[in-house]
Design a protein around this ligand. Structure first.
Ligand code: G6P
Length: 488
């Protein structure tokens, strides 16, 4: 961070770091959304100043937010500014719901949901990327700002900014996986997407495999030169460095730890709220209600556990938090219905104590409630079919200062690379997940402690500040190199 002090930083993301709302009395209240991205990027903005450009999606009333100006300040500080880009309904539909979430999301996650590619969505995606690029250029006060571009909503923006601010340092982080070239190649606009991303100085992914898939896609589809040894692409006279930066969470501070109830108190509270009998073991899943998360396969594994190990029929409850997301899309609605139906069927078959073995809580939960669940759980199931990183597993580990609780983790989540002390499973293999769950529920406390202590030391060390720090240090290095090479 210090290496960039004095430089101007612009962040581009779809989600905004603060949501401004009007309360019934007419005054503006500011909410901070629970988001890993905000936690990671905000300290950088505070240290370096600059402007955060985001879609005003959560801030309901545009007039309230932008009463005087298009720029507003985050609450209680003037370290950096917020600039919202307001989209028309059609643009939001085409860019966000359409191309980003019905096209790129299933394209990049190999979860066997067909991507939908509509010409009109693509047009809106391009248009919105252009609007955000215009906002970057309009907000930039220097001709060489550092631009931090977040995620698959903005694949075209880096080249759009590069063409107008050739000296900018553009760091793009792709928060979801990147598939192999064959999978990626079905996108009708694959070349345009790759060309857009190659406007970046640095292209960051969670894992080396995603970076390698990206390089192979570039190699397959563009006339570019790849230097594998240095992990760089040269395209139309510009260089892009491709690297892995595994994202993480903020490790809880001493005051956060002090505010937590003991695991016993958490268990008592969760049992009382959900009516779970005293003698039940509890496993939890916490996800957005998204088809990439493997919730269906997880429920099948719970059912298999009860068939194969009947001792759990009266002594086990599975709690699944599923936060609503992108619910206006048909694929999501159909998925949610399937999950509800499956949970009901399992509960008809195995109704532990009359309440059902599966508790499906399909609502948003505040972070405190999620932490309570983590602390109450004997096991946490993260069975994504494919996931860039997955932060739930890291949050679970951070919540267990008692060094108890077992993590069952999909091998297809980026996090599996760094957390081998979890019980790592193939989420498609129902039998294997059921066995892992049984093993988790019967694991002796000493083994739990050994595994959890090791997981905790990894997550504590490789926290979100490392993620941001590492990326920014690389950005500073490339910036310097470019300055030097211009002098030659
Ligand atoms: C993923 C994406 C993020 C996105 C989040 C929530 O983690 O990588 O960019 O913000 O899902 O999805 P939503 O569509 O609600 O922003």
């Amino acid at each position: 961070r210090t290496q960039l002090r004095g430089d101007e930083i612009l962040v581009v993301s779809n989600r905004e770091p603060y949501i401004h709302e009007q309360d019934p009395a007419g005054s503006i209240v500011v909410r901070r959304p629970a988001s890993g991205l905000v936690t990671a990027v905000e300290p950088v903005m505070r240290a370096c100043s600059g402007t955060w450009i985001a879609h005003g999606s959560g801030s309901a009333d545009r007039d309230v937010v932008d009463r005087h100006d298009r720029v507003s300040l985050p609450p209680g500080q003037d370290d950096y500014r917020l600039r919202r880009v307001w989209l028309t309904e059609e643009q939001e539909q085409g860019y966000y719901y359409g191309f980003a979430n019905e096209g790129l999301w299933p394209l990049c996650h190999v979860a066997h949901v067909r991507p939908v590619f509509r010409e009109s969505d693509w047009r809106h995606y391009r248009e919105v990327n252009q609007r955000f690029a215009d906002a970057v250029v309009a907000e930039a006060r220097s001709d060489d700002p550092v631009v931090l571009v977040q995620d698959y909503h903005f694949a075209l923006l880096p080249a759009m900014v590069r063409s107008r601010l050739p000296r900018a340092t553009i760091l793009t982080f792709w928060h979801i996986p990147w598939p192999n070239p064959e999978s990626f190649g079905i996108c009708p606009w694959r070349d345009e997407l790759l060309e857009g991303m190659l406007g970046s100085t640095i292209m960051g992914f969670h894992t080396p495999t995603h970076g390698k898939n990206f390089l192979e896609s570039v190699d397959r589809y563009l006339e570019a030169r790849i230097e594998h040894e240095h992990s760089t692409v040269s395209f139309r006279g510009e260089q892009t460095f491709v690297a892995a930066y595994p994202i993480s969470i903020e490790w809880p501070t001493a005051s956060t730890l002090a505010s937590w109830a003991t695991p016993e108190a958490c268990r008592a509270q969760v049992r009382a709220t959900l009516g779970i009998p005293e003698d039940h073991r509890i496993a939890v899943g916490v996800d957005r209600f998204d088809y990439t998360k493997g919730i269906l396969e997880r429920l099948h594994a719970v059912e298999r556990l009860l068939e194969k190990y009947p001792q759990w029929r009266d002594t086990f409850t599975f709690v699944q938090v599923a936060a609503p997301t992108r619910a206006s899309l048909e694929e999501y609605q159909a998925f949610q219905q399937r999950i509800h139906a499956l949970a009901e069927r399992i509960n008809r078959r195995f109704s532990a104590g009359g309440r059902g073995v599966v508790r499906l809580l399909a609502q948003h939960h505040e972070p405190e409630a999620v932490t309570r669940l983590y602390r109450a759980a004997d096991a946490c199931l993260v069975t994504s079919l494919h996931d860039g990183m997955n932060l739930v597993c890291k949050e679970f580990v951070a919540a267990r200062d008692d060094e108890q609780g077992v993590l069952v983790l999909s091998r297809f989540a980026g996090a599996a690379r760094d957390l081998p002390e979890a019980l790592v499973v193939n989420p498609y293999h129902v039998e294997e997940v059921a066995d892992a769950l049984h093993r988790a529920l019967t694991m002796p406390p000493a083994e739990q402690r050994e595994r959890m202590a090791s997981l905790r030391s990894t997550v504590r060390e490789f926290n979100v500040y490392r993620w941001a720090g590492h990326m920014l240090a690389d950005a500073a290095r490339w910036r310097l190199r470019e300055r030097v090479s211009r002098r030659v």
